[in-house]
Structures are given as C-alpha cells and as structure tokens.
Design a protein around this ligand. Structure first.
Ligand code: IPE
Ligand code: IPE
Ligand code: MG
Length: 252
C-alpha cells in the first residue's frame, strides 16, 4: 500500500532547514491539559481529550519535516498518584486514542512502539499498545514511541535487574559492563538518543522522562498548554534547536 501524506488542510510548510539541523529524535512531555481545561471552565478530562489532536499534529509535523523518532510521554509511573477517576479516564483514553489512530498512523507509515512498565498498567492498555505495535511493525517513516506507565528511574531499575540476573547466571562479567550494556537493556534498546526534549505548559522540569536517553538533549520549554500545541509549535521548537550550539563536551 502506498504511504499517504499527512493531512494538511492549511497547506502549512515546514521551515527550510539543512538536514543536520533537523533533530533525529524529538521527545515531548505533553503537559498542561488540566490547566488548559481549567482556563476554559471545563473538567480536566476535557483537556486530555483536546490533547489528542496535538499529538496527531506532532506526528504530521514530524513527517513533514523528516524527524525520524518521536517519543510522547502519555502516562508516567508517578501519575498513579492522581484521583482514581482521572487514572481510569487516562487508561481508557490511551486505549481509545490507539484504537482511533492506528489505521491512520499505519497509512502514514508510522511505526508505533510502547515504552513503559507492565507492572500496574491495565492489561487492556497493554493489549492495545501491542496491537498497534504489531500492525505497524514494518513501517519506517517515523517511529512514534508511546511512553505509557513510563518512568526513567523505573527503566534504569529494570535494566539493573536484568544485568544483575545475567551476572548471577555468569552470563555477564561485571568488569565488562559499559554504557552499551545498560542502553541495550532499556525498554526500547534501539531508540536513539534524544536530540530535542520539549515540554509544554511552562514547567521547566523533566519529570522522570527518558533520563538516560536525554543525557545530551537540548531542552526547549514552551509556554503553550499541550492542547494549544500543533505542528507549528513543534517547528518553532525545532528552529530554536537548530540555533543551539551542541558541543557534547568538546571545545572549539
Ligand atoms: C498532562 O497534563 C497529561 C498527563 C500528565 C497525563 P496534566 O494533566 O498534567 O495537566 P496539568 O499539568 O495539570 O495542567
Ligand atoms: C509529566 O507531567 C507526565 C506526563 C506528561 C505524562 P506531570 O504533569 O505528571 O508532571 P509533574 O507532576 O508536573 O512533574
Ligand atoms: Mg502536568
């Protein structure tokens, strides 16, 4: 089946950037749904609902510009602290979004992946994530990693457990542990490092998102609440990124 072009009713054109200035991997903390809803006199859940379009817009904007990896923070290991009603809503909402969007993402050549912990996560959510993963496994235009029940520390703890078991079973020599050993035991071992880390809603923290992978990411904090973000917001963040001087510890 031929790959469809992302919908673009306004005929928006991405910024013209040299290829090396386009981030390979963009990570986004989709924050500010509750405040967006509150500012409109709506329940918090209406903010989450409105955020679905923003996520789709990020996918379209990434495809148009040629970003290859997009990772979206949808539910953190800390979000279980929220009210049972909101947690329940978010679980169902994640399922619904995956079900509603998977065929569209399939047509666009998007490969969907899940990063997160199975512990505590609803079985039905895991099933929906796995269905989307299977359906889109052969796509290669863009990898969209849905980070659901994801925590950067939990991910490192899980990697440490795997390593400890391998050492115990004498399959791994502790003296030969390298950064690669750890990276290859993360939830998505083939995920490249994050180049651009975006957070909406004005908060300036990472909230436990992709800790290892973002070690050298450029951080861009946007004032817009997540439901007000669209592909142009993404492109604005990418233009800020393109003007950064990435040194990786080197000197000129
Ligand atoms: C982000 O929006 C969505 C999730 C964390 C699931 P919030 O729900 O955190 O919205 P604010 O930060 O309360 O405005
Ligand atoms: C981070 O946002 C998690 C997601 C966007 C899924 P939060 O709103 O949960 O983070 P804090 O509480 O402001 O750190
Ligand atoms: Mg928040």
């Amino acid at each position: 089946m031929p790959i469809s072009q992302p919908p673009n009713p306004l005929g928006l054109k991405p910024p013209k950037l040299a290829k090396h200035l386009i981030p390979n991997h963009v990570a986004v903390v989709m924050d500010g749904n509750g405040r967006w809803a509150k500012s409109k006199g709506l329940p918090r859940t209406a903010g989450h609902e409105a955020g679905e379009t923003s996520l789709a817009e990020m996918v379209y904007g990434s495809l148009q510009l040629g970003v290859k990896y997009l990772s979206a923070y949808a539910f953190s290991t800390e979000n279980w602290k929220r009210s049972p009603e909101e947690v329940k809503f978010l679980m169902n909402f994640n399922k619904d979004v995956l079900r509603r969007r998977r065929d569209e993402f399939m047509d666009l050549g998007v490969r969907v992946r899940w990063a997160g912990q199975a512990k505590k996560l609803w079985k039905s959510v895991i099933e929906e994530l796995e269905t989307a993963e299977k359906l889109t496994a052969k796509n290669s235009k863009l990898t969209l990693t849905m980070c659901v029940n994801y925590g950067g520390r939990a991910e490192l703890v899980d990697a440490a457990k795997l390593i400890a078991h391998e050492v115990k079973a004498k399959k791994l020599d502790p003296d030969r542990i390298t950064e690669r050993t750890i990276a290859s035991r993360l939830y998505e071992p083939n995920m490249p490092d994050v180049d651009l880390f975006i957070r909406s809603s004005g908060e300036q923290r990472t909230s436990n998102f992709l800790l290892w992978q973002s070690a050298y990411a450029e951080l861009v904090f946007l004032d817009e609440y997540w439901p007000d973000c669209d592909r142009q917001t993404l492109w604005k963040a990418i233009e800020i990124y393109a003007n950064r001087d990435r040194r990786f510890g080197n000197a000129k």
